[in-house]
Structures are given as C-alpha cells and as structure tokens.
Design a protein around this ligand. Sequence first.
Ligand code: CDP
Ligand code: MG
Length: 666
Amino acid sequence: MGDFDLNSNFIPALHKPSALLPIAKHHDSLLYLIEKNPITIVVGQTGSGKTTQIPQFLENAGWCSDGKTIAVTQPRRVAATTVAVRVAEEYGCEVGKEVGYSIRFEDVTSAVTRIKFLTDGLLIREALVDPLLSRYSVIMVDEAHERSISTDILLGLLKKIRKRRPELRIIISSATLQAEDFLNFFSDESDKQESSDGEKNEIGSIVSLEGRMYPVDTLYLETPADDYVEKAISTVFDIHTQEPEGDILVFLTGREEIDTAVQAVVERSAQLPSECQAILALPLYAGLSTEQQMSVFDSPPENTRKVIFSTNIAEASVTIDGIVYVIDSGFVKLRAFDPTTGIESLTATPVSKAAALQRAGRAGRTKPGKCFRLYTEDAFIELPDANIPEIQRSNLAPFILQLKALGIDNVVRFDYLTPPPAELMAKATELLFSLGALDEYAKLTKPLGMRMAELAVEPMMAKTLLSAPSFNCVNEILTIAAMTSLGGSIWIQREGEKKSMESRRRRFSVEEGDHLTLLNTYQSFLKNGRKDPSLFCYVNYINFKAMTRAVSIRAQLKRYLERFGITVDESHEGSTAGKSEQIRRCLTTGYFAHAARMQPDGSFLSIDGGTTLHAHPSSLMFNRRADWVIFHEVMETGNKIFIRDISKIEKGWLLEYGAGYYEVKT
Ligand code: CDP
Ligand code: MG
C-alpha cells in the first residue's frame, strides 16, 4: 500500500456538521417567529440541536448587536458547564469569552460574553440586582419539561418581567409535549396582542422539531431485581459479551451507586476472555470536575466499548453520541420535603413513564438500539405518567426568601405554573420567621432577611453567617460555610489504603463534631500545606480540587459579608482554640430546626420524636457518643435516614436561639 496511511491522512470530523441536525431546517422559521412573538416554545427530541444551536442562530442574527447577551438556563450545573464548553468549541472561542457559563460560585464569563449558559437558580438570583434582567435580549429556558423548582419560579418571574419589557424574547425549550401548558401559562387574556387589523394574536407559537429516531427494542425483567446496581453491572457484561458493537448508557440514581458500578466493571473486566473487546467504564454525575464530565463525550480507544454510568443528567440535558444500549434502573433520585417533620430527603424514587421513554430513546439516536429495563412490564404499567413538579415537593424556604427579596410580598398569589401545596408554604414561612428573615406580617426584615436572600447559601447557613459577628467567629463560620457548600466529601478513598486513610483522617478530627473537623482540616491545609498543597492533600487523602474550590467559595462569601459592612479580620487565622462553644452556638442560631438527640442505641431521634435518624458513615459521629446535636443535611437512602455534618450542642441553646420555632411546635 506504499506509505499512504489512511489513518494519518484523514482525521475524523470534530463534530457532526450542525447543518445535519434536525434544527437546521428550522433556522429561518425559528428566527422569524422569535422576531415576531415574545414567546416561542420549541419542542424537540434530545439531540436535535436546541441547546447548542439556537443561541448561535440568535447571536448570528444580531440579537447581541447592542451589547446585550443571550441567556440559556439549565436546571443542572453539569449541563450548564458541559454545554458551554461544547458551544465555545463550535463557536471557536475559549470558554468564558464570547461563550461562557455561570453557576453558583463559579462565574466563567467576561465583558465580551454574548452567549451565557447558567442555572435557572442563578438567573433568579441575578434578578435581585437587575430586576428586569435588562442585560439579556433573549432568555431561553431550557429543559423546561423537567419542571425543576427554579424553572417554575423563573417562568413566573419572566411572565412579570415581560409585561415591563415587551422587547424581551423568551424561548422555552422542552423535550416532551407539554408545550401547550407553557404557552397557556403566558397567554392570559390581558396579554393577547391587538394587531393592526383588529384581530387578536396569540403572544407566542410552538415549534416542533421532527427528530429522526431509530426503533428501540425494549426488554423487561421477568421477575423484579433485588439489587438493581448489581443487575445493571451483570447486564453490562451480558451486552458486552453477546451483543454487537455500540456503547452502553446506564441510568442509576447517584454518585455512590455509580462509583460502585464503575469500580465493579473495572475489576470484573479483568476476567474477560482475551478475545473479547476491552470495556471502558465512565461515571457521569454532578459532583465530578468539568474535565471528568467532558471525558464521557470522547470516543473510546479502538476496540473498546464505552459504558457510561449516569444519573438522569444523560436523560435529556446532555447527549452522548454512539449509545446503542440503554440500561434503565427505573429509579431516579428525587427531592422530597416532608412538611410535618421538616425533613428534606433525596430519595431513589421510581421514574415516570415519560422519563422511562426518554431514557429508552437515548438508544436510538444513531441506529436501531435496545433498552434493558431492570423492572417488569407490570411495574412499568404502574408507573405514574409524569413526575410531580419539584415545586410541589420541596422545601420552599429559599424560594420564598428570594421572591420576597424581589419585592413579591404576596407569595401565595404569585403566578405559579403549578401552585405549591399550602402546607409547604406554611412550613417555609414558619422557618423563615423563626430565623428572623420575616417579621410577624411576613414581610422581609431589613437588613437580616434581605441579606440572607442575597447570600448564595441556603437560609439556615445564611443566618449562621450573619450571626457570626456577634459570636466573634466570622472567620471560622466563613470556612465552615464554604466547606459545607462543596456538596461532596473532601476525603478521597484509595484502593487498599482504607486503614491508613482512616488514621490520617483521625488526625483532623475534633471531638465536638464534623463542622469543627472541617474547619480544622481547612486550617491545616492552609498552614501545613502552604509549601506544597497538592502533596499535603495526597498524603492526607484529601481532595485537592475540592479544597481549592473551598478557598474560592470562602473568598466569595467573604466579599458578600464585606459588602454588608461586616469586617472579616483574618489576622488570627488558625487560632480557633477556645472558640468551639461560640462556633457551635452560632451554628445553632441557623440550624436549630435540624436538631436531634442521640438514643442509647447510637441512632438519633428528631426533635419532634417522630423520626429515627442515623449518623452518615462519613460523619465523625458515626461511632461516637453524643447527646444533643445539630446537622447540616439529611438524606434518605433505602429506608434509612442519614444525617451528615453533625455537631454536638446543648439543649439549652435550642431554646435560646430557636425559641420561636419550638414554641410554635408545642
Ligand atoms: O438540546 P438538544 O437535546 O436538542 O440537542 P443539543 O444538546 O444541542 O445537541 C446537538 C448535537 O450536539 C447532538 O448531536 C450531540 O451529540 C452534540 N453534542 C455533543 O457532541 N457534545 C456536547 N457536549 C453537546 C452536544
Ligand atoms: Mg438540550
């Protein structure tokens, strides 16, 4: 063949040309409708190009010409970042230049940014400083079918903003067919526009993108699986050894399951017969770094089958090419808030029919595929048609605080796509009142309530931060707030080093609990890790990236406090000695509602006596004695309820700082 090497002479196209995406055919009509109507609803299957192409169409068509920006919101941080990276690549710029993203504690945009991906929660937050969101010419609310609580609230706000900004263009994109609901929501009688010939025009229109889909064979289990993680892993190997080429996408519910599964595939693949293709297992969930998240999009090495274990991120928000097989556990982790106990949990819940169909559809994008459902057909028939919108099962406190701060005093009459239940409203108002954010007329207090709304942490932590000056521990609470905002463990497990990890970890433990342990770890990191921070982390089994993030989050929270005129004196950094009680008292001012008491058997009982809670294995309190404690968060897994980030307190403090709350109770 001479020296003509096919592989080195041809390089594969970086991307499928965007002209081939289903959306390309709608380029002109979309731009026309967006120009003409304030509201455009775009419905199209995942992968049709809605998220990546529409903002580029708009930018090209001049929607940024007067210095304005196009906002595209996502319910998930992962989606906002990965999509921004992708669009920047297509656009030909660095992320943060013309195309950027902004998520809580991470703003990767600049003065030249024209297309900005952000979480819907962050856009609500932006309305606090710019109530009409005037820097945006177009706001695209993406993945609206998911009905995340932030999406719902944002749609309500946009409906109000629209009346003051008729030139604003709103695009709502959805992967399922609830388009009418969205349009009806925006089309109040009073909104119908009078056109020149006197005819009434609707304010918006619906565009359906026909996406090509190959048939997907759906297979069910004959009998229910005892353990869907184990079943998922064995199904991966069945596919790998029996089915033709094609990558596998597995839907599990969360990080722990996903890490277990990835690990199991790595271990068991060593036993594959030598003639078998290699298998590459990759995780996809929200706690991963952006680079790790991006690696699921890379094509696997030659002769290797890729298997991605994902949360429902991969259901609609991101599209991974090359998937031919889908394994659906049938579960998704959903937030649920119990207004009687006040406990918010993240529980693995059966998916809806709509979600199961959407998951199966991921297998038929490039050729005919197969979907293996790890449940029986009868179980499928029993599934609800759609999930209950998040707004009907969430702790509303953060949102009510935001709405009040936006000047929407009557939160009951706010225009919701689906109104939240009265008990949830009442519970949230009660908590905000007892935290001092609302007065007895349910009006936002100033400055406390207003500042709590502005701080980018949940209300209980916001209150704790704002109490810190009076306990003389601003420095310490800032660190604790940053460390608990990381949303994941700072400890790293290394294979076969469990013992040594535990003994290293013990060196950072502080008797009084997890909050002080986190503080101690952070301070050691700064002090002892000064010379070589990543080495310090490696030796101590600490996640270096997480620590770097904590440093950055802390700096951002500090800036908020300074803006409020709270001075942060860092000259005594490190001298926490003797402050333990002040710090725990301060934490109690925010977390009195999250209190529990240890029982003789080592489990905890919630304060109303109704719920048994267990210290999470990652907590210092997992095997130690305590009496009264407060905790940062509560999580339900299986049928056990875990609490994590726990600190010892005294009963009297609860009455001292949470008197209002506990009076209401008794
Ligand atoms: O938003 P929608 O689901 O309609 O589609 P999209 O996210 O805009 O994706 C359009 C195309 O870009 C798909 O074919 C994806 O495979 C591709 N894409 C990708 O390869 N990598 C990404 N990070 C995002 C999209
Ligand atoms: Mg999309």
